[in-house]
Design a protein around this ligand. Structure first.
Ligand SMILES: NC(=O)c1ccc[n+]([C@@H]2O[C@H](COP(=O)([O-])OP(=O)(O)OC[C@H]3O[C@@H](n4cnc5c(N)ncnc54)[C@H](OP(=O)(O)O)[C@@H]3O)[C@@H](O)[C@H]2O)c1
Length: 284
């Protein structure tokens, strides 16, 4: 499953073989602005099994994690191509905890890896900062800030609730982190994050979080695009995370298939599909 092996475009028709590397770099996300009201363009990406698992308990660590049976270098390359186009990456307090115990893939500090050095060059040539800003959503603020984000030369912004601990806010501020509190009670709203990032000049926002933040984005109707890799495997498992978790959405969020590629080369020959869905807006 070398990165050089091509994939087959199934949609739009006609079907045609295309290269995997560079596929998502051509999406032009760094130039996108949400059409409505000039808000940032918000996109997300998942890899899931056919039975909808995005995370299962880590075999050794006290954490949930992307199952090893799903993760593969071909999907990871596309994940990083999407990250390369982002002004800001949205992650969560829980991810920071899982990362701290060694249970999570590193989605925040990748350009030191020689395999992705081309993406750092690509960012600079595209006029983006060397690394995307890091946005952490957390109500508890109960996570350790890794050393590479302390006094970092990339912005780190935490969105939290109105009742968050003043002591933890002060600790984060002392490490050079900007903390933004929700105005009303309860969880941070998707609209607050998007407007807050717009006000700070960010345009392309890549959410790399799981089902709760996904629900927050959908409930506020601020998600513009979903990239999803379906690994052609079924995993089962009683304790698992899926794409969206939370109360039933008041209105279904309709998405339109934009592209679909068949990759016969991973994982372990079982194959996978890379699909892109765009938010389908009904014209008023
Ligand atoms: N397969 C994939 O493609 C994929 C993609 C993403 C994630 N995952 C996996 O899925 C699992 C869950 O991921 P995750 O923890 O990043 O996702 P998540 O379920 O969206 O994040 C949960 C945490 O985010 C914070 N949060 C969520 N909504 C919030 C809101 N409205 N306001 C304030 N804080 C909010 C909370 O942090 P606090 O508890 O600190 O308050 C909460 O515990 C992980 O194992 C991850 O590796 C898999």
């Amino acid at each position: 499953m070398a990165l050089e092996d091509p994939i087959l475009r199934l949609w739009p028709q006609p079907a045609v073989e295309v290269a995997l590397e560079g596929l998502y770099l051509r999406e032009g996300l760094q130039h996108k602005h949400r059409d409505r009201a000039g808000l940032p363009f918000v996109y997300t990406n998942f890899i899931a099994s056919l039975d909808g698992r995005i995370a299962l308990p880590h075999p050794e660590k006290p954490a949930m994690a992307v199952p090893g049976e799903l993760a593969n270098p071909r999907d990871w390359r596309l994940f990083q191509e999407l990250a390369a186009q982002a002004d800001a990456i949205v992650t969560s307090g829980r991810y920071m905890r899982e990362r701290a115990v060694g249970g999570a893939q590193d989605v925040l500090a990748v350009y030191q890896d020689a395999a992705f050095a081309d993406l750092r060059d690509w960012r600079l040539a595209a006029g983006l900062a060397a690394e995307p800003a890091v946005v952490i959503m957390s109500l508890t603020l109960d996570f350790p800030l890794p050393s590479f984000l302390r006094g970092a030369n990339r912005p780190v912004i935490v969105f939290t609730g109105a009742e968050a601990s003043a002591q933890r806010i002060a600790g984060l501020a002392g490490a050079g982190v900007e903390v933004v509190q929700e105005e009303g009670p309860g969880p941070v709203r998707g609209g607050s994050v998007v407007h807050g990032l717009a006000a700070r000049g960010y345009r392309s926002i890549y959410s790399v979080t799981g089902p709760e933040v996904m629900h927050t984005l959908l409930a506020a109707d601020v998600l513009d695009r979903l990239y999803i890799t379906y690994a052609h495997r079924l995993l089962g498992g009683e304790q698992y995370a899926s794409l969206v978790e939370g109360f039933r959405l008041v209105r279904p969020v309709d998405m339109q298939l934009a592209t679909m590629y068949y990759d016969a080369h991973a994982p372990d020959g079982a194959g996978q599909c890379f699909a892109r869905f765009d938010r389908r807006y009904i014209q008023a």
